[in-house]
Design a protein around this ligand. Structure first.
Ligand SMILES: Nc1nc2c(ncn2[C@@H]2O[C@H](COP(=O)(O)OP(=O)(O)OP(=O)(O)O)[C@@H](O)[C@H]2O)c(=O)[nH]1
Ligand SMILES: [Mg+2]
Ligand SMILES: [Zn+2]
Length: 308
């Protein structure tokens, strides 16, 4: 049988079969899987899997094969920084949920997420939550973020997850897509997801994400069907994404606003640090590339170079 993984809790997976019935599945000893990637989790939310029923009466099954993934989003493993953890696979859109206050998300963190999404060829957008609690100084930061990220080619959605009226544009954007919601703990990913699902008839396990007590309310990634078509994936909060497998020569390709300029640098192996005739540095001076993004570029480049 074939199905899609909706939830992973470590050793058990919730798999939705083609007829809509959910199974509780474990991984078979010998799992058939793409060998190109080694990750701490062999099966991720969003995976299409083949499984064999073990006990039909209680819907327990064994996953035997993971079908090739269209794409996947990764982070460094929280347990081993040398290994990657697949957050989710087969996604159409990655949403970084950030907040300016309570908690504050740094632009460095946003940029690392965006670079990861670019490197894995997943379209990404920025969602800025908790608009309702912004003080005047926060509003200045919001204006800055909108300037920085729209200039870089990204859509920015300022919202309040607690106020459905602010969600219209975002709802239209994720319609019929498989969307991944990522971000720091406490930015309101689960609150937002609860708003996007119909008020009644919501799976009760969604509610655990509601309490907002302490940190890391959501502990496992989970996918939900959107009422009008499409799916959304809630994920646990992350402190940092880390960056894996990004070659320093390719890093500037993962900054969309730099990508178009690269051919204009005097040297074709320009690192855009202190080379003469660098089109990227010129664009920073001309303010067509924001200084903030350039600072992130340099900081990520340094962290990659340290690894080699
Ligand atoms: N004022 C305000 N509070 C919000 C908003 N969205 C979420 N919150 C609150 O922020 C807290 C954290 O929300 P969650 O939805 O649990 O955050 P999360 O991103 O899912 O956190 P983790 O599951 O730990 O990653 C809760 O107390 C929410 O009520 C908002 O738009 N405005
Ligand atoms: Mg949550
Ligand atoms: Zn250059």
């Amino acid at each position: 049988m074939q199905g899609i993984v909706y939830k992973s809790t470590g050793s058990w997976y919730s798999v939705c079969a083609e007829d809509g019935v959910f199974w509780n599945a474990r991984i078979k000893g010998k799992l058939k899987i793409d060998v190109e990637i080694s990750s701490t989790n062999p099966v991720a939310v969003g995976d299409v899997v083949l499984f064999e029923p073990e006990d039909e009466s209680i819907k327990v099954a064994m996953i035997s094969e993971v079908m090739p993934r269209n794409n996947y989003m990764v982070r460094v493993s929280p347990h081993n920084p040398m290994q990657k953890h697949i957050i989710a696979s087969n996604i159409d859109l990655a949403l970084l949920v950030a907040s300016i206050a309570d908690p504050r998300t740094s632009t460095g963190f946003i940029d690392r997420f965006l670079v990861t999404a670019e490197a894995y060829h997943i379209p990404a957008v920025l969602v800025v939550n908790k608009m309702d609690i912004l003080k005047p100084k926060h509003r200045d930061i919001l204006a800055e973020w909108i300037d920085i990220y729209t200039k870089a080619g990204y859509e920015v959605y300022p919202i309040s997850a607690t106020d459905k009226a602010t969600l219209t544009a975002l709802i239209a954007r994720i319609q019929n897509k498989i969307s991944l919601f990522s971000g720091h703990s406490g930015v309101g990913k689960s609150t937002l997801i609860n708003q996007l699902l119909p008020g009644l008839g919501v799976k009760t396990n969604v509610v655990s994400g509601w309490s907002g007590k302490g940190q890391h309310t959501t502990t496992f990634a989970e996918m939900f069907d959107l009422p009008g078509g499409g799916r959304i994936i809630d994920t646990p909060g992350v402190k940092e994404f880390g960056l894996i497998d990004i070659e320093r020569e390719l890093l500037s390709h993962y900054f969309p606003e730099m990508r178009d300029l690269l051919k204009q640098c005097k040297f074709n192996n320009c690192r855009h640090i202190n080379e003469p005739g660098c089109a990227v540095k010129q664009a920073v001076r001309d303010k067509t590339i924001s200084e903030d993004r350039y600072v992130s570029y340099v900081s990520i480049l340094e962290s990659i170079e340290k690894k080699w």
